[in-house]
Structures are given as structure tokens and as C-alpha cells.
Design a binder for this molecule. Structure first.
Ligand SMILES: *Cc1c(COP(=O)(O)O)cnc(C)c1O
Length: 374
């Protein structure tokens, strides 16, 4: 039996024909490899797509999280609230700036930040004499976090709201597109994300002029009026022109791909919904379906059975951040990270991409059902 890919980037390449090679060749020929015209074109196209006032492209999703925190001056003594059930970058940027990531549990159904746990985390930070300054909700697997409750808390507590939308660009919450929610939104163009390039890349979206200007300076070593005027201590965090050219081409089919991802998710839901815990979408949300993640009693046995049938799976994430060696000494909300601990032992993600055809998907769901029915 043939092996099924977890994400099929070659199907996307076939669809795009020579468009990407032509776009990359064009960059190689014009020679403006750093901050070439495609970078600005991509920023304008992304702003058009999501409705953000400013798009600031950068070198990765991680830098996209780092840049707004740097402009806001986040540092020692500051508490930044992050879910523990996420990729390390969400907490990493906070710790790198000398601030304290404070871990928040997630809900078992949406996998996203739990609002009661967030409130407990804020009290916990205060009891440790930390100043609550920002919340970074993560839109895990493509579904936006509960921004209506979280932004209310952010306003009450006078904190900034930075959305980690590395997995959710293309989704909506309450009819608002990801990219226009909160003070700033960070996304990633890592190849496996819904909108990926052929390397590393990222972007920050904001309506705030000052924040955008600060990030444009920081991504080029904190430049002032010109390259050799250093107004602040910054980074080398520009997006490569070649990568911008790649994303520009992929963006043309992205809306259509989001529709196709939803169709794949709907087919999984229909086939598996009575047999496994399938993803729960908040009524107010659409998802970019970066991953299709189910809960299984014995997920390792399921993974083994599927592997024998040439079907790959993945576990995002096997260990929540509060249990990682690098992060276990940072504070976590009382009474604990129960849901995240549970999820890390039961989640399993199935092949998911816009080009997953119904007959291949039947093979996947058939193998799952025959395993479950023993
Ligand atoms: C991928 C990812 C990031 C980091 O993006 P990079 O482009 O790999 O730096 C941050 N947060 C989440 C939730 C991610 O999935």
C-alpha cells in the first residue's frame, strides 16, 4: 500500500505550475535579495487579505512574536500570560526578553487558553510581585482563541493582547479576520503552516502606526533615519525577498485552500465523530485547519496501527511547556495545568492539507475505524 503524506506540498506545487519557479527566478535576476520589491508587495497583499492597517514581514513566526514585545519594552519584572499547550516559541520570546512567561491552562474542547485559568494566572503573577503586561493567546491548530473574553480581561487589566496566529492565518473570530484582532497579531510562514514559504518567514499585523514603525526599525538592527543610524537595539529579522515572492504566489490560491481544508475537516468529522473525540469549533469561529487533531484513549496504539497502513500521524504536543526542562521553573496558574496534561497524552493529528482527496481520506478513516473496532 502506498504511503500517504502528512502534508502534501507537492500537490500544491503541481497546481501552481511554474508560477513559483518563475517568481523566484525573477528575484534571482533582479538581484534585490534583501528588502526587494516583493517584500513590500507581499505586505500590501497581506494587508488587503486580512484587513490589517499594517503588515510588517519578518524572518520567522518567532520573530513576529518578539518584535511587538520589544517595541512595548517588555522585560524583567513583567509577566506575560501564555498557554502551556503550545509550541515553545510562544513562551521563548518572553523569556529571551528577561520577562516571565506565566503558564495558563487550555480548555479540553478547543485546546485554546482557558479564561478562568488566565484569571488565576494573573493573581498568581501579582502574588509574586510581577507586573501583568501582556497576554499571548495561541490559535491552536487553526482555531482562534476566545478573543471576546480575553480582550475584555486585557482591557480591564490594562494589558496588551498579542495573538499568536502562527497556525490560524485565514481564520475568523466573530466575523473578524485573524490579523485584525488584539493590539498585534503574529503569524508564521514556516513551510508546514497553512500559508507557508520555502524556508522561514513571518509577519506581524497591527493597526497601530507607532508599533508598526517600531517593528520596521527593529527588524533592521533598530535603524533610525538610515541604515547606519542606530536608534535602538534591534535584530536582523527581515524576510528574504525570495520567500516573499513564494508567499505572494501561494497567497493567490490561499482563500480557496482554506475552503478545501474545511471540506477535509468536515469529512473527517462525519466519518469519525461517533467514534473519537473530534475537534470542537467555537460557534463564533472558523478555523484555518492547520491540523486536524482528535483525542484517542490509546493514541500510541492508534499511531502504530496507522503507520502499518502507510498513514502518518503526529503528536502536537507530547509535553506541555510547564513540564519542559527549559520552562519548568516558570510560574503556572493554580490549581494546575490539568487539561494540558491530559491533552498531551491523548492528542493525535491526522494527515491534513487542502489536496487530501476523498478516496485517500476514506482509507485513513477506514483504518482508524477498523483499529478502534479491533
Ligand atoms: C510555528 C509556530 C511558531 C513559530 O513560528 P516559526 O516561523 O517556526 O518561528 C510560534 N507559535 C506557534 C503556535 C507555532 O505553531
Amino acid at each position: 500500500m502506498s504511503n500517504i503524506p502528512f502534508i502534501d506540498l507537492s500537490a500544491q506545487r503541481d497546481r501552481l505550475g511554474t508560477a513559483i519557479v518563475d517568481a523566484v527566478t525573477n528575484v534571482i535576476n533582479h538581484g534585490k535579495y534583501i528588502m526587494g520589491p516583493e517584500v513590500g508587495e507581499l505586505e500590501a497583499a497581506l494587508s488587503d487579505f486580512c484587513g490589517a492597517g499594517h503588515t510588517v514581514s519578518c524572518s520567522s513566526g518567532t520573530d513576529a512574536l518578539m518584535l511587538p514585545l520589544m517595541v512595548w519594552g517588555v522585560g524583567p519584572g513583567d509577566a506575560v500570560f501564555v498557554p502551556t499547550f503550545t509550541f515553545a516559541a510562544t513562551a521563548e520570546v518572553v523569556a529571551l526578553l528577561g520577562a516571565t512567561p506565566v503558564f495558563v491552562d487550555v480548555t479540553r474542547d478547543t485546546f485554546n487558553m482557558d479564561v478562568e485559568s488566565l484569571k488565576a494566572a494573573i493573581s498568581e503573577a501579582r502574588s509574586r510581585d510581577l507586573r501583568p503586561v501582556a497576554i499571548i493567546p495561541v490559535d491552536l491548530f487553526g482555531q482562534p482563541a476566545d478573543y471576546s473574553a480575553i480582550s475584555t480581561i486585557a482591557k480591564e487589566e490594562d494589558m496588551r493582547l498579542l495573538a499568536d496566529a502562527a497556525q490560524s492565518f485565514g481564520a475568523k473570530f466573530c466575523d473578524e479576520k485573524v490579523g485584525t484582532i488584539g493590539d498585534a497579531t503574529a503569524t508564521s510562514f514556516f513551510p508546514a503552516k497553512p500559508l507557508g514559504c520555502y524556508g522561514d518567514g513571518g509577519a506581524v499585523f497591527t493597526d497601530n502606526d507607532e508599533l508598526a514603525a517600531g517593528m520596521r526599525s527593529l527588524r533592521v538592527h533598530g535603524k533610525g533615519t538610515h541604515k547606519y543610524d542606530n536608534a535602538r537595539i534591534g535584530l536582523n529579522a527581515r524576510m528574504d525577498t525570495v520567500q516573499a515572492a513564494v508567499v505572494l504566489e501561494k497567497l493567490k490560491i490561499f482563500a480557496d485552500e482554506i475552503v478545501a481544508r474545511k471540506a477535509v475537516a468536515d469529512r473527517y468529522n462525519a466519518a469519525l465523530g461517533d467514534h473519537l473525540t473530534v475537534p470542537v469549533l467555537d460557534q463564533r469561529s472558523t478555523s484555518a485547519w492547520a491540523q486536524y487533531t482528535v483525542l484517542a484513549e490509546d493514541r500510541d496504539a492508534l499511531a502504530t496501527a496507522l503507520k502499518e497502513n502507510g498513514i502518518p500521524t503526529a503528536v502536537y504536543y507530547p509535553l506541555p511547556l510547564h513540564r519542559q526542562t527549559a520552562y519548568r521553573d516558570y510560574p503556572a496558574a493554580p490549581p494546575g495545568m490539568t487539561n494540558s496534561d491530559y491533552l498531551s497524552e491523548h492528542v493525535i493529528s491526522l494527515p491534513m492539507h487542502p489536496y487530501l482527496e476523498a478516496d485517500v481520506q476514506d482509507r485513513i478513516t477506514g483504518a482508524i475505524l477498523s483499529h478502534l473496532q479491533g
